[in-house]
Design a protein around this ligand. Structure first.
Ligand SMILES: [Zn+2]
Length: 411
């Protein structure tokens, strides 16, 4: 870890210790002033944009009732709660039940903090250097597992999960760091203060793997872009990104799930042509499609007959299909293609990598032929990799996918 990042870690630890001392449950974000932002919360605009310090951010790692094991690189875990602390040997099994959390042979009913005594702690597939909190839900339904840290350290765990440091050039990693920093800031502002966490530590917000074991190229990318964010007309925006666009990104306007943001139009991309998901096809057997559609029809009053045709409805310029019309022997209806994509995977492991597809009948059912992986909006990560390999820097990459943006250092 570089000296600067070590300093950031030290400052974060001090702030975290202050939180522990006062028993605060919310992230400390008062010491920075963000830009206004556009998009889903366009009513809350402000042009008051001043340099500040990196904010603390709260990441939800898990919630509800769940269990697992915790390991520590030094074989010991430190546990604190208001009024006490202890050190136990690791690895140890733990279980977050309805209103009690068990760790080894101990149990708590109040908020606790846990960390490796002097090294790194592994819980599930994440590696943590600092404290992780377990907070009981007020309704006794389980526990929120949250890590609070500087946004700069958080980004180490995001960039290393969103891109492979071994195959993505430095410029692509820097573009990812700036886009992810901007996305996180937007989410923090849009969600507002006073919540127990700001973002989820998975792809519902951004993938996050903890701050330990971060490859050197990722440490460099985050450090070299420290404080840099994307602004469009002096405002933050929800800087979406995705794996592979398949040749043309999907505009925010066409996305049919976020509001239009002019700086996320549909742009051509030839950076991702080498991806194995640039084009894909997925045969879906008729019984499996029928099973998935029947599942989606539950509670709707629709009785599914024999499927006759499946037709894409309202395809965007980029090719993304919002709805599919299902004609069957008892009638017809339209289904949300994103929802169908999720159900096809969960009920039979048929993967439509994106909603950018055409569908046609085949001998055994239906053949989905598509492009790209993900929602297709904003920066194409594999495209960024391709352009960086050809020599593009992070500014070119970001301005290609987010035309009109300015990159500004906030801290
Ligand atoms: Zn692309």
């Amino acid at each position: 870890m570089s000296r600067a990042l070590t300093a950031v870690a030290g400052i974060s630890l001090l702030i975290l210790l202050l939180i522990l001392l006062v028993g605060s449950s919310g992230p400390v974000t008062d010491r920075w002033v963000a830009a206004g932002f556009v998009g889903e919360t366009a009513g809350l605009r402000s042009t008051d944009l001043r340099p500040a310090v990196a904010p603390l951010i709260g990441i939800l790692l898990n919630e509800g009732q769940y269990g697992g094991s915790a390991t520590s690189s030094d074989g010991r875990l430190q546990i604190k709660w208001l009024g006490g602390e202890t050190t136990i040997e690791a690895p140890v099994e733990w279980m977050a039940a309805a209103d009690v959390i068990h760790i080894g042979d101990r149990q708590w009913k109040q908020k606790i903090w846990i960390r490796s005594l002097s090294g790194e702690m592994q819980i599930a597939d994440r590696y943590h250097e600092g404290w992780v909190e377990w907070i009981p839900e007020s309704d006794g339904s389980g526990w929120q597992m949250i890590e609070r840290l500087s946004i700069e350290r958080y980004l180490l765990g995001v960039v290393s999960r969103e891109m492979s440091a071994s195959s993505f050039p430095a410029a692509a990693l820097r573009a990812q760091a700036i886009a992810a920093r901007s996305y996180a800031l937007f989410q923090m502002e849009a969600r507002g203060r006073g919540r127990s966490y700001d973002l989820r530590g998975d792809t519902r917000s951004q993938a996050y793997g903890g701050t330990a074991r971060v490859p050197k190229p990722v440490l460099d990318a985050v450090e070299q872009t420290r404080g840099q964010i994307l602004l469009w007309q002096e405002k933050l925006f929800e800087s979406f990104y995705h794996s592979t666009c398949g040749g043309q990104t999907c505009s925010a306007a066409e996305s049919y799930f976020i509001r239009d943001v002019p700086t996320m139009p549909s742009v051509r991309c030839d950076g991702c042509q080498g991806s194995r998901f640039f084009r894909w096809s997925e045969p879906v057997p008729r019984p499996h499609l029928a099973d998935s559609l029947a599942y989606l029809c539950q509670g709707t009053g629709i009785h599914l007959g024999e499927i006759s045709t499946v037709t894409a409805v309202g395809a965007a310029r980029s090719g993304h299909v919002p709805y599919l019309r299902i004609d069957h022997t008892l009638g017809s209806f339209e289904v949300d293609s994103k929802r169908l994509r999720t159900i096809l995977r969960s009920r039979g492991d048929h993967r439509l990598r994106s909603t950018n597809f055409v569908v046609e009948p085949s001998s055994s059912g239906f053949l989905f032929s598509g492009r790209g992986w993900g929602h297709g909006i904003g920066m194409c990560q594999v495209g960024a990799q391709g352009y960086a390999r050809r020599g593009a820097n992070e500014i070119w990459i970001l301005q290609h996918y987010y035309p009109g943006v300015e990159i500004r250092s906030l801290w």
